[in-house]
Design a protein around this ligand. Structure first.
Ligand code: DGL
Length: 267
């Protein structure tokens, strides 16, 4: 496939449906961009895996997908994968890659109390990449972290149409504000692409006084900047692929249809 053709796709990759929060923003800014959505459902959840496991899966799968689909750009729409493996995959792939970085910089500028929170997977919380962002952009502020792997399964369940209670979400998320000094948190960074899918429940859990912030719009804007001057045409139907069972994937069909993807396939 010629990468300069208008129908050349953007590949959006996540371990599950979290990348749909990025895709929603991309649809708003680049409605004509052809998209292939790839979910590593066989590897979900990344947040409970070791760095080596995540890096091996992401590098191996993106390499095969780049070869098969020849995308013009890859969006690594997963904080866990990006904070662990972004540098590594950028080194081995020729395709431009936009990663997903926790929105620490804008949150540090926004907090009025000077204490803000970072909610992501356990794997993301321990990455040096996050330490560096904190060091560079949160000087003089207090950043409290909380790994909430359980929210990933709740977000996936919600998008499969299952009912997810505020209590269940609060049980996973409230550790952030219940730790020492946590009562001063006025801004929470949602540093996992799955978490904005639970925005309503998280708002109820943290209360109206806490501002929730995620990076999806910034990521979409970065894609727009990197594809400036390129033409787009969605003349072929967009599709989504899974590394897991197709039958399970099909239960997510309404969530994909909401982002104009109706073809679901196995990778
Ligand atoms: N969506 C991924 C993220 O942004 C994590 C989900 C998982 O644990 O696989 O971190």
């Amino acid at each position: 496939m010629d990468k300069s053709e208008p129908h050349t796709p953007i590949l959006v990759f996540d371990s599950g449906v979290g990348g749909l929060t990025v895709l929603a923003q991309l649809r708003r800014l680049l409605p004509q961009a052809p998209v292939i959505y790839a979910a590593d459902m066989a590897g979900l959840p990344y947040g409970a895996k070791s760095e080596a496991e995540v890096a091996a899966r992401v590098a191996g799968l993106l390499g095969r997908m780049a070869e098969r689909y020849q995308p013009r750009l890859i969006c690594l729409a997963c904080n866990t994968a990006s904070t662990i493996a972004l540098g590594m995959v950028r080194e081995v792939l020729e395709t431009p890659i936009v990663g997903t970085v926790p929105a620490i910089k804008p949150a540090a500028a926004l907090t009025r109390s000077g204490t803000f929170g970072l909610l992501g997977t356990e794997a993301t919380m321990r990455q040096a990449y996050v330490d560096e962002l904190e060091h560079d952009f949160a000087k003089g502020k207090v950043l409290l972290r909380h790994g909430a792997n359980g929210l990933v399964a709740l977000a996936e369940a919600k998008l499969r149409g299952e009912s997810v209670s505020v209590d269940a979400v609060a049980r996973e998320a409230k550790g952030l504000v219940l730790q020492q000094g946590g009562e001063a948190i006025d801004t929470v960074v949602l540093a996992c692409t799955h978490f904005p899918l639970l925005e309503e429940e998280l708002r109820a859990a943290f209360g109206e006084d806490v501002t929730l912030l995620d990076g999806s719009e910034g990521i979409a804007r970065r894609i727009v900047a990197l594809t400036q001057g390129q033409s787009f045409e969605r003349s072929r139907s967009d599709f989504a692929v899974t590394t897991g069972e197709l039958e399970d994937f099909r239960r997510l069909a309404p969530a994909f249809a909401a982002q104009k993807i109706t073809r679901l396939e196995r990778f």
